[in-house]
Design a binder for this molecule. Sequence first.
Ligand code: ATP
Ligand code: MG
Length: 485
Amino acid sequence: MRTRNLVRRAGCVLAAVSCLSGQGESFGYHRQREAVDCWLYGLIAGGVAGLGMIPWRRMRRLARQKRELQQAVDEQTQDLQREKLLANQEKALVETQKQEIERLLRRAEEASRLKSQFLANVSHELRTPMNGVLGTIELVLKGDLSAEQREYLELMRESAESLLGLLNELLDFARVESGRFSLQLAPFSPREEIQFVVQSLGTKALEKGLYLESHVMDEVPRRILGDRQRFRQILLNLAGNAIKFTDRGTVSIGAEMGESELRVSVSDTGVGIASEQTASIFEAFYQVDGSHTRRHGGTGLGLAISKRLVETMGGAIGVQSRPGSGSRFWFTVPAQPASEPPMIGQPPQELPGLHGLRVLVAEDNIVNRKVLGALLKRHGAEAAFAENGREAIDLVAKQQFDVVLMDVQMPEIDGLEAVRLIRERERVSGGHVPVIALTAYAMAGDREKFLAAGMDAYLSKPYRAEDLIQLLAERGEAKRGTASA
Ligand SMILES: Nc1ncnc2c1ncn2[C@@H]1O[C@H](COP(=O)(O)OP(=O)(O)OP(=O)(O)O)[C@@H](O)[C@H]1O
Ligand SMILES: [Mg+2]
């Protein structure tokens, strides 16, 4: 508005100036022209003045906009700085939490490792004397006994074996829990395994008046690739449970083929399980009914181990059951048919003799030394004894042996160090005495560790006498063969 007034005033001033300059001339036509000129000049002058105002206004507007923009930018910058500060604080918090989680994870892993280690150690310590107990019973049973003495000893052996079973289960659980086990894949016959389980549990079923049967469908391959021992273990536990928790009726083992997996089931007509408990029974140490299970024994580990084994094999395990109407446990394992020639089912071999075989027994446990001494004597071998690794090294240096049986955990110098020193000396003196590790260490990876240390073979305690004799004969004969060659 102010600008427009200014323009108008400037126009009038210019018009007045031009009017005054036209004084003295005549009125009429000239007068009219002057008026028109006057307005025209006024208009032009006003326009020029107005045009001059435009950049000035624009500059003012730009300055104002610049101020506003600057203010907005300042505010935005402050907001951003605030947000950056918050983000930094959050980042620091996340970092602290991450470190805390990592610390807790490390502690949990350490605790789990210690637990597995503890279980492995306890089981090792218990297996060693158990070996002595079982070996001694075995020896006494071979002698002259009255019927009554034999019966008591048989009972004793049964208890010792079930105690050993429990120890093995604990060790196995520790092994499976810690992931320190690997599957041993080889072709095996599922039919033969089912037959084996039916035969081994047949007596128990018969004692309870149960009918134990098996049905294997025709389409089940003769041989599949898998871990035979673990397959048998799962089946033994399921069928053992079925017999344990069934008082009358039938226990039935079935096998059929799925699309690419073998489906095995164990059905019984026993006590059954309530639906809310069917998930929990696969957890470690869970047992449904304390009184019932106390009557039948067990630790509540069988199903937990079976589940982990089945899952490691790439299969699944489950149960359908109703209280009072029996249960049907099932599991699947991938079943790739295997074409390799049968490796089992060969006729049992005669036990070889060990006549004249010179065996050094390095063992700190006196009972185990005695048991081994008696066993070796019975098979015609000549035994010498060392109570620790140092004595073993000295004896090997002084005398000729065909084979050394080496315990691992011994005082002064342990079996691993002893064999290392023996091998070191042999590198200079020549020769090679076969050393068999005979130890209660039975965790996965132990065998490899012993072999890497210089042992030639490995047998875990408690061992079967036949296995030891067989191994001694193989190793001893090989040594005698090279010595005479
Ligand atoms: N066939 C079955 N019928 C009824 N209950 C069963 C059956 N199988 C398992 N159970 C229940 O599940 C629980 C866990 O079984 P699991 O095999 O893990 O342990 P367990 O047999 O008690 O002991 P372990 O197998 O360690 O010697 C059993 O205690 C029992 O309560
Ligand atoms: Mg069981």
